[in-house]
Design a protein around this ligand. Sequence first.
Ligand code: ADP
Length: 156
Amino acid sequence: MTEKTLLLIKPEGVIRGLIGKVIARLERKGLNISAIKLLKMSKSQSEALYSIHKTKEFFPKLIDHMTSSPIIAMVIEGPKVVSIIRAMIGATDPQDAAPGTIRAEFALNKTQNIVHASDSSKNATREIYIFFNQEEIISYEKPTEIEFLIGKIKEK
Ligand code: ADP
């Protein structure tokens, strides 16, 4: 059974030219991008996304940063995608992120840790609709490598 999750490339990821590197990892893993857009986050979108942190001292800085320049928002789909993407991005603090994860490889501090990903399926549903409407999310199936090759042989 497939799940959906929200993945954002934060402002510093866009500015530093890391969009392609992040997307390449998703494709290499075999996950589907079901929706994708570049947008400048509004204050209300940012506050809704991080509502759980609104009493934290870092909240104003986080909101300022997230609304400072464009981000990439994506809906990613695949089996167990919520936990798979969380494993691929690594711990919040890049210093604690496991080697090979996106945050370990590309980030130095917690505010500018390159990506956001939903931490549960329930939160994913809530977060996805902060950025997308139903019509913008397109689920599709990719053939497996072997099915793709069989199709090529049949074409000949
Ligand atoms: P995650 O993004 O790994 O799900 P959280 O939901 O705990 O982490 O926090 C949301 C975002 O808030 C983090 O990605 C990070 O950019 C920022 N953040 C969290 N904790 C801190 C902190 N102590 N200082 C500064 N920024 C923080």
